[in-house]
Every structure is written in structure tokens, then in C-alpha cells.
Design a protein around this ligand. Sequence first.
Ligand SMILES: C[S@@+](CC[C@H](N)C(=O)[O-])C[C@H]1O[C@@H](n2cnc3c(N)ncnc32)[C@H](O)[C@@H]1O
Length: 350
Amino acid sequence: MRFLLFVGASNTLAEFEIETQIKSAKLLQPNVYLIEAPTALSAQTTVSKLGCSIKLAKELVGVAPSSASVADLVTFKNFSVTCLDNFQTSASLNQEIKNLLQKGRFILPKEQFGLSPILIKKHRIDEFFVDQQREEVWQTLWVHDYQHWIKKDRHLPFANAKAGILPPKIARSMVNLLPFEPAGKLLVDPFCGSGRLLVEASELGYRVGGSDILAEQVRETKANLDFLEIEAKLEVLDATHLSDLFHEVDAIVTEPFLGKPNLRPDQIRYLIPGLQKLYLGCLKDWLKVLKSDGYVVMVFPSFDTGKHLYKTSTVIDGKLELSYNLLKRGIMYSRPNAEVRREIVILQKK
Ligand SMILES: C[S@@+](CC[C@H](N)C(=O)[O-])C[C@H]1O[C@@H](n2cnc3c(N)ncnc32)[C@H](O)[C@@H]1O
């Protein structure tokens, strides 16, 4: 069976998350992928684990892309049809369907992406996508659980949008850069902050553990995890001494200390050696923590002063090649207007 997967436009990790989690996915147009699965339920189960997924539509095989055949499928009072091949014709097609039904209300899409999940759920809208050239019809069958994502973003005991806090969907995508089945695996975040990565890893089925150099941060993580009834081993610890606490770990996924915020451009070059020393110290210690073949998914900050781009990820070049394989680098994530760009690097212990 074929499905259209719609992904969040602001999630710059989407491409890499999908590449890791759904090998056969093909990009059809910006933010829309074609995926195949044996059943609707299996497609839904797969995409609901992703951080980037927003909506899933199923191909209606044998349904003609005409107003009459789509009208036959409308069951709710509200419906919406988006023409994928010729977006401008969406308005007339919706009107024709309403005329045929002689009841109901249509909601016009503003773009080829169709309607937002909130609109679809709140107003119980039957949503269809039609491609007249390819003679295809698709119907939305799943939208992401936006209430749960909002709860994790804004309503945890410690959910203030402080600098350095990862949005839950980005944290989920970051965990999904790990190319294995989570069940039973142990994942640790040694710079756990308020525990965003641990929440997402636990919801995917990982056993989780975390530490932070600040007791206050460990308390925040504990409160957030308790609120969601997630169990974890948590300690106050310097990340360069993670091996005092954890062994036989399958994966370390982390956004480390990124340096003091709001530095002047002339101060940034003095920040880089300190950060690189910290990251190198961590990666050396984590060799004692990880199982062989264990993974590290880690953010390395870059700073653009306008005159110069300082990349902390250069610290891995040449220094760690005897101990880690470099699987991927250059996966970029940054918040709007952020002065720090984040580069995600994936390493595997040799
Ligand atoms: C960028 S924040 C992590 C935020 C986390 N990803 C989140 O979304 O909540 C970095 C964290 O590293 C901690 N930290 C700084 N230096 C550390 C060190 N040497 N060892 C362990 N934690 C450290 C800070 O207290 C802070 O909580």
C-alpha cells in the first residue's frame, strides 16, 4: 500500500530521520514523502514514532480523481480537497463536490500541503488529495497527536523556553538518527538539562539514564520524567566522568554545554578551545561507557561572527579515528534568529 507522509516544514532533521527510519521513502515535493507499507496500521505505527511527521494519507486504489467519486467518499459534514498537480483547481473541485452532495461545507487549503492537523481534528474534516494527471486519490487517515506534543513543549513542570532547551519534535528526530530498534536498549544523555531527549527516547521504548553537572538541572529532569511517569537513573556528574556511573550503554544522544550565551564576536574565538577540550574529554571517557558498536549522536555548536565561522566539530578530525567511525556530520539544526548553529554528528565506537 502507498501513503503520503507530510512532515513539519521547520524540522531540518526530517530528511535524515526519514532516511534512517524509513529506508524506501521517496521525496515527492518539499515536505511530502511517498512511503510503502503492508497495512495502514503499520504505516501509522511507523510514522507516529517520528518527530517530523505531521499527517499521513492513504492511496485510494481504484478511485477516479473526479468530483463524483470523491463526493461518494465524504462522510463528515466538513471536507477539503487539495489538487496536488494543479493547486489552483482545488477551489472549483471543492465547489463541484459540494454541489453534488447538496450539503456540507468545504475548507479550502491554502497550499499543496492541505490543512493543518489541528484544523482537521478540531473540525472533523474529511481530507482528500487528488492528482488528476497521475489519476491518484489519497485520503488523510492519521494526524500527529499535537496535544501531546504541546503538553511536552509547554506544560511539563520545567518547560520554560530557556536557551538550550530542545523542542520535543527536534529531540525526537535526533533520537531517531540512531539506526536500531529501541526496545531494551540503554540510552544516556550526560548533559540532560531538563530531560527533553530522555523523554523522547523513553517514549520510543529505550531504557534511559542521564546526568548533568548541575544538581538543579537533574532535579528538573527528574520532575519532568516523574510527571510523565518515566523511570530513569539520574545523577549529578561531570560528563567527562560518565564512566563512573554508566557502562554497557547502547547510545549516547546529547546536546552538550554550548558555551555562555550572548558573547561578543571577539570573545567567541576564546570560547572554542574550551568547548573542544570538554567534548574531546567526553568522547574519550565515553569509550569506557559504550558497548562496542555503540553510538554517539551529539550536537557541536558553530558560531558565525560575520567574519569567520567557528566550528567546534573540527575537534573530531584526526584525534578520534582510532576509536570511533564517523558515520555522519553536517546535519544542521538551528532555531530562528539563533546565534549558535547546531551541527549534529553521528559516531560509532569501533
Ligand atoms: C544545552 S543544555 C542541554 C539541554 C537539554 N538538551 C534540554 O533540552 O533540556 C547543556 C547542559 O549541560 C550542563 N553542563 C555544562 N557543563 C557540563 C559538564 N561538564 N558536564 C555535564 N553537564 C554539563 C548544563 O548544566 C546544561 O544543563
